[in-house]
Write a protein that binds this ligand. Sequence first.
Ligand SMILES: Cc1cc2nc3c(=O)[nH]c(=O)nc-3n(C[C@H](O)[C@H](O)[C@H](O)COP(=O)(O)OP(=O)(O)OC[C@H]3O[C@@H](n4cnc5c(N)ncnc54)[C@H](O)[C@@H]3O)c2cc1C
Length: 422
Amino acid sequence: MASKTLVIIGNGLAANRVLEQLGETHPFNAIHVLSDEPVAHYNRIMLSPLLAGETTLNTITPHTEAWYQRKLIAVYLNQNVAHIDTDRQQVICGSGNRFAYDALIFATGSRSFIPEIPGSESTNVVGFRSLHDVKTILERLAEIQHATVIGAGLLGVEAATGLRSHGIQVTLLHRNPVLMNRQLDATASALLKKELLNRGIDVRTGCSPLELCCDDAPARQINGIIFEQTDHHIRQHQNTDLVVFATGIIANKELADNAGIHCGSGIQVDALMRTSHPHIYALGECCEFNGNTYGLVAPIWEQASVLAQYLRHYYQPCQQSPVNTAEPLPRYQEQHHLTKLKVSGVDIHSLGQFEPDSSTEVLQLLDEHAGIYKKILLRDDRIVGALCVGDATDSHWYYELMQQGDSVTALRPTLLFGKAYC
Ligand SMILES: Cc1cc2nc3c(=O)[nH]c(=O)nc-3n(C[C@H](O)[C@H](O)[C@H](O)COP(=O)(O)OP(=O)(O)OC[C@H]3O[C@@H](n4cnc5c(N)ncnc54)[C@H](O)[C@@H]3O)c2cc1C
């Protein structure tokens, strides 16, 4: 197969990780990256520190123009891909531009889910997803006295602390009684809540938004929120002039769906990141593998590595088929990952299973006053999960032990105190 053209839709973390993994000796004679954003690739994870004023856009923009040029990559900004012609192997942008491909990667990520409650279309209602969202918030800070963040998952907590660091009043609403309930148990959540309250954030758990109140047209500026304490059906009103939704994400799969590519909640891929169509691949938050979709980068790094190796192999000149390979190609597999909250001064790491079941044992220590909580879950004397709050020095070590799957019987007496004591 002669050298070919690769087109990538999206210029986020997944796309750039594939480009990094492809290296400078990739098999394509041209790579076109099409982005609907107006700015160069930035590290989306670092939008939280950017909102908090702890970093700059320059610092979180990892690749220079020279970096792309060396790899024969052309990046096209403001190019919203509107249609894929799979018969002609062409990508068609809203601008009318067309790009022919031999290989096509969907790296279209996801978008904020904003529930359709009355008022959600008003001015000063934003998601927390893109540089545009963060710029919108920062530009309006001067006129904002009170902000409400809806959803206290990882993103919501980071958004609330980021906003609070600018000195404005912040209410954080969360439907579940446990903050970051996908990563934390009730004890860890209580410690986090205490820390957020200490920072002056008004934390309301077990509460759902019912309505956003706004000025009359044409301004339709937010001026309040009505929410309900779900257990007691008590309604409350809070004056607020900014609402940030951190209530989940929706995979950007519609483009693929309209092209007839198989989709569920995301674009369905196999363990080599191949979609149902030949020469079309997907990875990152837009994809679905074995019924799972993604919201964190660790699995995306693995997907990028798998896809880059596959592309290097399959599209290398003179290679006719991916089948006759001496080395088997790596395949994507689901794994547990380590999740970290990125709030300065709050160390919270979570990995694997954190709620015990009938087959697990729990080792834990709690010092409420010092805000330190460690919990390790063991099954057959092997680590299957851990929570570290207030002191996360050993979370990576616990993660390694979990990955290795070895017995920790010999380490048990001092395991909670960390590697230094074992
Ligand atoms: C504020 C914030 C903090 C986060 N913190 C963490 C963290 O601490 N740890 C962690 O693991 N994860 C974190 N995440 C999640 C992580 O950022 C995502 O998992 C990751 O960015 C997903 O990468 P992606 O490339 O799949 O999607 P994206 O980064 O969303 O990139 C997709 C790109 O495709 C573009 N696009 C979509 N459709 C089209 C189209 N039709 N035409 C052209 N372009 C298109 C989009 O505009 C976007 O630029 C955080 C996310 C946010 C928003």
